[in-house]
Design a protein around this ligand. Structure first.
Ligand SMILES: Nc1ncnc2c1ncn2[C@@H]1O[C@H](COP(=O)(O)OP(=O)(O)OP(=O)(O)O)[C@@H](O)[C@H]1O
Length: 358
């Protein structure tokens, strides 16, 4: 039996004004392969029914395990893959619906840039740093030759590299941290308003990680950038992101202000992530073993109901076969997709009757 819980909280009397979103993604689904005959749109999609907003000057973290659809959201936003459903608005314009020449023109404008995961693979090994950073400006075609040269030098300075030292080097002649900075310089050369960084620090050692994360924080202020950081682990986002969206199997299962999400996760998967990362969360956080299904728990199909049901210790029949509400407002700025959002915690104190008698 399914139980429904009204998690809506009353409107607050005073609402702090927030700037209009720069990016507004609604019901976005992306499929790399056409849907199989007789199946609904979402089946097999890399991203399903995603809602996300990013405001100017904000850093939003997106976190989830490999293959959960994080990069797909970024690729759809920069126009590298067309949505199967849903809308993508950038600065009030519908960019998800752009096709052909219009889509290429938007990409060339460089207003939204994506820093790829692996600079060694994404940077052309035959080009020198100055050419790599200048290339997006050549493609945009809006600046003179002199302006482009100035912009290349400015962009390298902004990421902490000395143009004189690195301009003529090839990517293989740089350290991992320097290559990451060149990727960033290339991405900011067009002065984008929104930057997606795919795993910007996963290949770096701890000291370089902090340097690059601090650099992103500084760039967002100096260039009034909105930044989306894609990460595998919550801990690399904890000190830098304003908000976080948690992905699981192509769905956003929870999002909200990062501190609130880390300290009081409303989705069992987020709780499992925080429980598994001792450096974040708080003293009362749950233990991983409390958030894993007991032996003998049925293996739920993933496509019909909740994508996390097969790993969720609190799953019941409705989780297996009833669509999860896309968003359940639960607190200001927070959204969670779970049949039993928040109330699953009560089961920790009052175990399910079937389990007591087992
Ligand atoms: N070009 C592609 N063609 C076909 N399938 C793809 C393609 N790119 C990604 N996928 C599939 O789409 C799903 C989501 O992939 P995506 O790269 O968005 O995940 P991710 O969360 O970014 O993973 P990772 O952390 O490993 O980068 C995965 O099942 C992946 O195999």
């Amino acid at each position: 039996m399914s139980t429904t819980h009204d998690l809506r909280i009353p409107e607050r009397a005073e609402v702090t004004p927030t700037p209009a979103p720069l990016l507004r993604v609604r019901g976005l689904s992306v499929s790399y392969a056409p849907p199989r005959k007789g199946t609904h749109l979402g089946t097999g999609a890399a991203l399903r029914d995603a809602d996300l907003e990013v405001r100017p000057g904000e850093i939003v973290g997106i976190v989830g395990e490999t293959g959960s659809g994080k990069t797909t959201l970024a690729r759809a936003t920069v126009g590298l893959v067309a949505p199967a459903a849903g809308t993508i608005e950038f600065a009030g314009d519908d960019i998800g619906g752009l096709r052909g020449r219009a889509r290429r023109a938007f990409r060339r404008s460089g207003q939204v840039q994506l820093v790829f995961q692996d600079p060694l693979r994404s940077l052309d090994p035959d080009l020198a740093v100055a050419e790599l950073v200048r290339e997006p400006l050549d493609i945009a075609g809006t600046l003179t030759r002199t302006e482009r040269q100035q912009r290349v030098a400015e962009s390298l300075h902004l990421v902490g590299l000395d143009p004189e030292t690195v301009a003529h080097r090839r990517p293989r002649e740089l350290s991992g941290g320097q290559r990451q900075r060149v990727s960033l310089a290339r991405a900011i050369a067009t002065r984008p308003r929104l930057l997606f960084c795919d795993e910007p620090v996963s290949a770096l050692d701890v000291s370089n990680r902090n340097l690059v994360l601090n650099l992103l924080d500084r760039l967002r202020v100096e260039l009034d950038l909105a930044v989306v950081i894609i990460a595998h682990d919550l801990s690399s986002l904890a000190g830098i992101a304003d908000r976080v969206a948690v992905f699981y199997r192509g769905r956003i299962v929870e999002q909200g202000p990062i501190r609130a999400v880390l300290e009081d996760p409303a989705h069992p998967y987020t709780a499992l992530l925080t429980a598994s990362a001792p450096s974040i969360g708080h003293e009362d956080r749950l233990r991983p073993d409390q958030l894993r299904p007991a032996a003998g728990t049925p293996s739920w199909p993933a496509d019909l109901g909740c994508v996390f049901a097969h790993r969720c210790p609190f799953a019941h029949d409705a989780c297996a076969d009833q669509p999860v509400p896309a968003v359940v407002p639960q607190a200001p700025g927070r959204q969670v997709a779970c049949h039993d959002a928040v109330v699953w915690r009560e089961r920790l104190d009052h175990p399910h009757p079937q389990k007591e008698s087992a």
